[in-house]
Design a protein around this ligand. Structure first.
Ligand SMILES: [Cu+2]
Length: 500
């Protein structure tokens, strides 16, 4: 059996050792030339993912390197469980919105129309795009008002799983159902697992009458905790079923699109082999018993659940302790999906290969130190409020400045009693340990969890894309509640920054 696209990721050592590798390289090169490509074949029964798969966007552009789609935000009736439908806020009528698929380097054109009763925008989480396409109102574009349209048009420079969601009243709009996955594939990534499932994890809160719960439920306490939905969803359904071949490897591309909930996936003891994270493949695989994703984070994992036809597995999410009040008195897990095993022999094909990626550590020598502190403050007779502060900030504007090409080491200290997943727009970073060394395996991140009472460091290089880039907590209630700032990259920063 041949595994597709072995050439790009394989090491010279591997190619030299293994004659089969040379054949695979030749075939992959022929594939690039359009002579035919070695493609891993499905090991799953027909229709194995029909009960869980998300809708996909249709590309109307005949150019193979351009993906052109229409995206409409509108209120629509969706079924989140067999006995539960709700008028949600949707992209193209579904929750989640359609999976947008592109190949690395493609141009993506999205004709967006707002049919919601409120203004909105679309932010492309994790994509290293120009600021004009970043979807932040008043910073990169005006709000798209009801009835208006906006065309997003940019290249997707990196392979990985990304996602899209509004950046206007985001706690409300994401909570009401506005999010979708953007999968940028590298046909030569060498992973060689044909069966792939995009998983959008989220939740939604309904009042007993079956309508959406208002986004301000619970008042300022709800904001401080971060509101978690009453219905936990995998690709928009409260409970799904898939039927798989026992032991056959499959690739799951997972995004946590919930506005506050952390997910920690459990597959009944079956391992998650993580091969990638926010910004594509990581340096080498790591096995996990449970796979934890804070809001905004992504994981690329290989799983090979095995069992008998009469003994299904359950994919569930166990509670994650993200601070006081987040697990106490709550049911310890939520079931996401049942994994049934098809009749037939256990998979006997080759195991998936070790997927590696050469990532160069970003040099920290000469980097500018940016120290930030997150705290919960409460003035007398005022609601408690998250604040982010630091010596490089321009007081209340919460602005960090950077020159194009500048490398910064951010040290973020969380002095509050709850964890915060910090997301930086437009740029990837590498997480550092407490000695300033890069955390292994090396990986590109755009969202990192900062546990309560702890400090996280990361190194980021701001490239040649000037602009005002947001950073904020991806517990969207916290972002709306003040845990948000901005990095101004480029000319505007220069004068102010002479002392570096
Ligand atoms: Cu937060």
């Amino acid at each position: 059996m041949l595994w597709r696209g072995w050439c790009v990721a394989c090491t010279p050592r591997r190619a030299a050792m293994h004659p089969a590798a040379r054949i695979a390289v030749t075939i992959a090169v022929l594939g690039l030339l359009g002579v035919g490509r070695a493609v891993a074949q499905s090991a799953q029964p027909r229709g194995w993912d029909a009960g869980v798969k998300a809708q996909e966007a249709s590309d109307t552009n005949p150019d193979p390197r351009i993906v052109e789609i229409s995206l409409e935000a509108r209120v629509a009736r969706v079924d989140i469980a067999p006995e539960q439908s709700v008028d949600a806020w949707t992209y193209n009528g579904g929750v989640p919105g359609p999976v947008i698929r592109a190949q690395v380097g493609d141009r993506l054109i999205v004709h967006f129309t707002n049919r919601l009763p409120a203004p909105t925008t679309v932010h492309w989480h994790g994509i290293r795009l120009p600021i004009e396409m970043d979807g932040v109102p008043d910073v990169s574009q005006p709000e798209v008002k009801p009835g208006e349209s906006f065309t997003y048009d940019f290249k997707v420079p990196d392979a990985g799983l990304f996602w899209y969601h509004p950046h206007v009243a985001s706690a409300e709009q994401v909570g009401f159902g506005l999010y979708g996955a953007l999968l940028v594939e590298d046909p030569n990534d060498g992973v060689g697992v044909a069966d792939q499932l995009v998983m959008v994890l989220s939740d939604m809160s309904l009042v007993p009458a079956g309508t959406l719960e208002p986004a301000d439920a619970g008042g300022s306490i709800g904001t401080v905790f971060g509101r978690e939905g009453s219905h936990v969803l995998l690709n928009g359904r409260e409970h799904s079923t898939m039927t798989v071949a026992s032991g056959a490897p499959q690739r799951w591309r997972i995004v946590n699109a919930a506005k506050s909930r952390y997910f920690s996936l459990d597959l009944g003891g079956s391992l998650f082999r993580q091969i990638g994270t926010d910004g594509g493949l990581q340096e080498y695989p790591v096995d996990h018993d449970t796979l934890t994703l804070a809001p905004g984070e992504r994981a690329d994992v290989i799983v090979a659940p095995s069992g008998a036809a009469d003994a299904p597995l359950t994919l569930r999410s166990v509670l994650v302790y993200r601070g006081f009040g987040t697990i106490e008195g709550r049911f310890p897990y939520d079931d996401l999906a049942t994994i049934d095993f098809a009749d037939g022999p256990t998979y006997s094909g080759p195991p998936p290969r070790d997927v590696t990626r050469a990532i160069v550590p970003t040099p920290v020598t000469g980097a500018t130190a940016v120290d930030l502190e997150v705290a919960l403050v409460q003035a007398p007779d005022q609601a408690p409020e998250y604040q982010i502060s630091g010596p490089l900030f321009l007081a209340k504007a919460k602005i960090v400045r950077a020159q194009q090409g500048e490398t910064q080491v951010w040290q973020v200290t969380n002095k509050s009693s709850w964890s915060h997943p910090l997301h930086l727009h437009g740029f990837f970073f590498q997480v550092l340990d407490d000695k300033g060394e890069p955390v292994r395996p090396l990986a590109w991140k755009d969202t990192v969890n900062i546990p309560f009472d702890s400090t996280v460091r990361f190194v980021v290089r701001f490239d040649d894309r000037p602009g005002s880039w947001m950073f904020h907590c991806h517990i969207l209630d916290h972002a709306e509640g003040g845990l948000m700032g901005m990095v101004v990259v480029g000319d505007a920063a220069r004068a102010d920054h002479a002392h570096h």
